[in-house]
Design a protein around this ligand. Sequence first.
Ligand code: VG1
Ligand code: CO
Length: 543
Amino acid sequence: MSIRKTDITPFGDQKPGTSGLRKRTSVFMQPHYAEAFIQAIFDTLPDVAGETLVIGGDGRYYNAEVIQKAIKLAAAKGFARVIVGQGGLLSTPAASHLIRHNKALGGLVLSASHNPGGPDGDFGIKYNVGNGGPAPEKFTEEVHKRTQVIDRYEMADVADVDLSRIGRQEAGGLVVEVVDPVADYAALMQTLFDFDAIRAMFASGFTMKFDAMHAVTGPYATAILEGMLGAPKGTVINGTPSPDFGGGHPDPNLVYAKDLYDLLMSPDGPDFGAASDGDGDRNLIIGKGRFVTPSDSLALLAANALLAPGYRAGIAGIARSMPTSAAADRVAEKLGIEMHETPTGWKFFGNLLDAGRVTICGEESAGTGSNHVREKDGLWAVLLWLNILAARRESVDAIVTSHWREFGRNYYTRHDYDEVDAGAANGLMQALREKLPQLAGSTLEGKTVAYADDFTYIDPVDGSVSARQGVRIGFSDGSRLVFRLSGTGTVGATLRVYLERYEPPHGQHDLDPQSALHSLIELADRIAGIRERTGRTEPSVIT
Ligand code: VG1
Ligand code: CO
């Protein structure tokens, strides 16, 4: 095999964030840019001789081109085998499963998740390690260091692989296996859930819409829901992946999946609605007349997991990211199991899952998952919901409201300020950090500040420390404000403000969250000076 070496100068902006490197597609399309980052990942790996690499992406614009480059780089690096999804497609959870299932050294997941795709959209590259999960910070920091000095990349001088043809091909001594992106993942789902019960529920007239948002979950949802579970054709909408997601924004929230929400709120809508994001790791759950917040969904799934065969033996513990509401904590307390609070980003759940200390994890950003893979998993959450509905034979609304009557309700909302001037956003966070010492113990509008800090996480498994993970201000009545800057944005800065207030079991559970949290929203602005510092009078997105 001949290897072609290309000399380059480092790019200087290849710093991975919450979930890999994400940039405008045009940035990735600069000559040598993607190659340099992938080579930096490969340079950080131990010996790859005899090893397997999984490669796949969410099908967005530039996906196939980067896969061809990655295969040639992997061949030159000396990998033995690459497994790639047909058409270059793999959802993030399916990629995680394939890494585990095939005992691969790791995988490259090409996605900018819920961000728009296309020449004017975003692109991303993430490396996952052998447990199937996103590389830990220690690894991504090494990769970042490498990108700053890298001066060459090496590619096998071979023709492109035919990504449309399932089966084995060869590229410069490397075995390339093009696989059905759905088959192994669907088989895994079958081991976890009671497919017979769900099939019977559909057969008895239960109706559902799943919005794949023109992104990667289309083929997965069609094969599983309509194929294996017998849901009527048309249950999956926007089910064909397109490079620019049909011109849309594949973020399954109430803003970008508003049509689905409106459908579920109408009297003649279906019983159940769900959606997933660009790369298939997020989920939106809406019952007839009842939207389920991701934080509540985590609590509900954990409380009812026993109803699914895969979790019948019980769950070891629950983990949630720090800004996620404390609803799941009450479930863990009742079950008498471990509860962990981690920084934002799925990579922090990996050690806890590997150590068997937690079974179910979740984030407020529409991410839920379990120890079946090491990524959050949109369809998994949908299937667990379906399993619970089939077992309980109650509506989503009835299940949610009875949960609140038992555990109380954590009113919750997140306000995002997108594309804020980076200087202004950093200034706001810095000023908040400086205020923290005087806030602790003080009284603000009749509320006592129980704690005020910048969250530091010490991983209970390996002791690694992650500091500056978000400013949190907690009050003695259980309400809480969290401020942090997004680590996935590609333009300017995104300020996220997370607000939460607890209402006990006998309290009022039917308020609109924005009005239930109104005084906290005002307080957040007063403490952080959001309007004044960002010039914004209202959030860009409320979830
Ligand atoms: C966001 C979410 C976080 C999630 C991450 C990746 O990060 O808040 O909870 O893990 O996206 O999700 P940030 O740093 O922008 O707040 V995905 O679906 O983009 O892989
Ligand atoms: Co995603």
